[in-house]
Design a protein around this ligand. Sequence first.
Ligand code: HGY
Ligand code: MN
Ligand code: MN
Ligand code: MN
Length: 406
Amino acid sequence: MSVEVVERFRALWRSLEKIGRDEATGGYRRHGWDAHELACREWFAEEAADRELTVREDGNGNVFAWWGEPRTGDAVLTGSHFDSVPDGGGYDGPLGIVSALLAVDLLRERGATPRRPIVIGAFAEEEGSRFGLACLGSRLLTGVTAADTALALTDRDGVTLTQAIMAAGGDPATVGPDPELLSRFGCFVELHIEQGRALADLNAPVGLASAIWPHGRWRFEFVGDANHAGTTRMADRHDPMLTFAFTVLAANKEARLSGAHATMGRVAVRPNATNAVPGRVTAWLDARAATQSTLDGLIMSVTAKATERAARDGTTVTVTAESVTPVVDFDAALRDRLRGALNGIPVLPTGAGHDAGVLSAVMPTAMLFVRNPSGVSHAPAEHATDEDCAAGVEALATALEELACR
Ligand code: HGY
Ligand code: MN
Ligand code: MN
Ligand code: MN
């Protein structure tokens, strides 16, 4: 990999990395249609304009920069997302967009002449951290989620997606599937930081994805009776916090036993007072597994255990699936072609969701992963070296050249 690409990566990365970063924790807060995500979109539009790419925003908050005529078809789409989880890392998402801009620069220098347009996409609200639904921009574009359903979603402050889009100067009436735009994309290649340690273990800077594990989000509502912490006898309580606590342990145990992943990382307690037995606990289970049957089995047994425990605690529990994404097997022909162009780099599955997973239902899709030495992601410590990021840029340039210029 060339030293020059490393330097260029550093310079472009530096121009973006301050947006939405909390200087105290080093974590990012960039959420769909908030000031930070909008500033990232603006940064992207400027970088694209500097490269004489044509910028077009779709009706769903996704921004596309075209190298080539936007009205022509069979384009090679690349890119990723700018938004983060609360206090997330800086690489998850933005690395794919920064790498795409630099890959276009490399291709131009190589004198490559695309026969198909190359398009860099920045997808809105991939993490679902503001409105609760992951991959919101790509789901709306493809119609997997209906516009009406999405527009009614609210953030933690009660702001609806409709209101957020209007506040950002957009038009909620344009939200919804766009088959005409989709028909102009021939394939999608998303570059992303790896979110585990597989490439580090393989001693490889870059890999290709084989599949995304089936995964989803389930909302657990535990309801009991709010009461005085000092005067209510222990035997008289109907405390949903106990049912919740037991459920956290049960989910962890069941996941360990079945080789799945289960996380309860978000919880809301009412009234949320030190001196009151809570009346309601709402918690979200994020669960993922290599196969759908393992995932289904996990959800069934956690639900059964929570229900049994609720009967003992004198509480109730209701479980609602908020989003469930089946397994994604990336296009084998596209992967083999890229693997050939990239000298047989490793191929690995992932437990993380991506816009590439959503788009794979409507076009051949591939993913490139860049080594993450610690494997940490969705946390401020998420990191990749500049050298590996530059190797990712070069691999993406090779992939785009293979697909668009041959
Ligand atoms: O949560 C996820 O899997 C992802 O990183 N969006
Ligand atoms: Mn993520
Ligand atoms: Mn991501
Ligand atoms: Mn009192």
